[in-house]
Design a protein around this ligand. Structure first.
Ligand SMILES: [Zn+2]
Length: 338
């Protein structure tokens, strides 16, 4: 497992400090790990594809040889994950745009406008009800729903953020929904944005969301879409990989997961922003046979394009400053997945 080398993403001094702390905790086994036993498709066969993440942390990513889902394995145990979110996560991923609860709240309010508009567009007879935001952060998305007359409730395991949201009059419980803290309530909508990729067992989470929803209730979900990578200026898998993400979804596999939990898709994009509806019947699973090969080809094409893109972007540098070019090329090579 490689532990050296620069990060594929630029990091602030605070992030670099957090990265050093996390690296020390990982190598000193302060953070305990375990392996994923089975894929969402029940296969137990995984092939490793990367040993580092975007921050050059020793993170192992593998692909399921049956459905093509990308997973992090081994990964932090449930207890280590909880410690990670309460002590290191925010420092490692903070940006000047969201490094305080206030700024995060403001950014989430803007996001809330997008979520609300999308739901109003695709859900028939969309009208105020009760909403639960899973991993609600500072509560900004819920604030938007409150302004539209909704009953709001959040779940957030970062206790500082939960306390901040409560201070702003957004009721947030600092526990995951998979426990019993929300069991006495029912919701017409569950929002899961930038959260599903972080949990160890997404099927358990969605099954719980299904139980907490009223009949015919909806889920709005946002996760980074693997296929959307192709739209980025630098479509490199290594830039997508991160310690905090335990799964990398594409729309088909997300549909498969939701079908297993009893949801049909109402609308969805590759980005991924999607809306699912609770069904009381069992849903036929989408056909994912052959998806391993499709995903593997997609990743191989991205990797080949990456070399072409690098040469095209650096041709002037190569001609004018060959030494700088060589330095950049060496840096580039350390980001290779192989
Ligand atoms: Zn699988």
């Amino acid at each position: 497992m490689r532990r050296e080398g620069p990060a594929a993403k630029e990091m602030t001094p605070d992030q670099l400090q957090a990265r050093e702390r996390v690296l020390k905790a990982m190598t000193g086994q302060e953070y305990a790990i375990d392996s994923l036993t089975a894929c969402i498709c029940d296969s137990t066969s995984f092939v490793p594809i990367a040993s580092r993440d975007r921050h050059a942390l020793p993170v192992s990513t593998a692909i399921c040889t049956s459905c093509g889902l990308l997973v992090q394995t081994p990964r932090f145990t449930a207890a280590s994950l909880e410690t990670f979110y309460n002590s290191d996560y925010r420092a490692l991923y903070s940006s000047p745009a969201n490094d305080t609860p206030e700024k995060l709240f403001a950014a989430q309010m803007e996001h809330g406008v997008i979520v609300y508009a999308r739901l109003a567009e695709v859900v028939h007879d969309f009208s105020p009800g009760s909403v639960l935001d899973v991993g609600c952060g500072a509560g900004g998305v819920l604030q938007k729903f409150k302004e539209h007359g909704w009953q709001v409730m959040g779940s957030e395991i970062d206790s500082e953020l939960a306390a901040y949201a409560n201070g702003r009059g957004i009721p947030v419980i600092p526990h995951p929904i998979t426990g019993t803290a929300f069991d006495s309530q029912r919701f017409s909508l569950v929002i899961i944005t930038d959260a599903l990729e972080h949990v160890r067992d997404p099927l358990v989470l969605l099954s719980k969301a299904h139980r907490l929803l009223e009949p015919g209730g909806h889920v709005y979900v946002k996760v980074p879409g693997l296929r959307h990578m192709a739209e980025r200026p630098y479509p490199e898998l290594i830039r997508e990989l991160q310690l905090a993400h335990l799964y990398y979804w594409d729309l088909l596999l997300l549909q498969y997961l939701f079908a297993k939990a009893g949801f049909t898709m109402v609308a969805g994009t590759d980005e991924i922003k999607a809306v699912f509806k609770k069904s009381s019947k069992s849903i036929p699973l989408p056909d994912v046979s052959g998806h391993y090969q499709t995903t593997l080809s997609f990743l191989q094409t991205s990797d080949a394009n990456r070399v072409l893109l690098f040469l095209r972007n650096n041709i002037a540098l190569m001609l004018r400053h060959p030494i700088s070019f060589l330095r950049t090329a060496r840096y580039f090579a350390t980001h290779s997945l192989k």
